[in-house]
Every structure is written in C-alpha cells, then in structure tokens.
Design a protein around this ligand. Structure first.
Ligand SMILES: [Zn+2]
Length: 72
C-alpha cells in the first residue's frame, strides 16, 4: 500500500523540449511538457518565427522586381 501511495504522489518527469531539463509532467506544472513558462514561449516563438521566415522568403523571391528595364 505504501508503494501505491508513493507512486500516486510522485511526479512524472519528461525532458523539456526547449532546454532538455527534466520537467514535472503533472498538474503542478501548467507549462508541461516544458519546464517553465519561458521555455514554452520560446518553443512557440521558434515555431512561429520559422514559419514566418519561410513565408517571407518565398514572398520575397516572387516580389523581386527585375532590375533590368525592358528594352524596346
Ligand atoms: Zn525548459
């Protein structure tokens, strides 16, 4: 019985996707599976920034005006 009681109160730890540190995967950690709010925001920011860069890169290539004027 002691074992089951101990398992119920023991927090499960997972590796934080951002920094790799062990993060408590329980209701005590609202930022799970991240270790902290900062790591959660960093991860979301990285995804948003990556998508933004991809879109900007494609749009930039298509919107580059030809520097050579058309000759007639
Ligand atoms: Zn972290």
């Amino acid at each position: 019985m002691k074992n089951s009681q101990k398992a119920a109160s023991a927090a499960k730890f997972v590796g934080c996707p951002t920094c790799g540190k062990p993060a408590a995967y329980s209701q005590d950690n609202p930022y799970r599976p991240f270790c902290s709010e900062r790591c959660k925001l960093v991860d979301l920011g990285a995804w948003a920034n990556e998508n933004y860069r991809v879109e900007v890169k494609e749009a930039d290539e298509n919107s580059i005006p030809s520097e050579s004027p058309p000759e007639s």
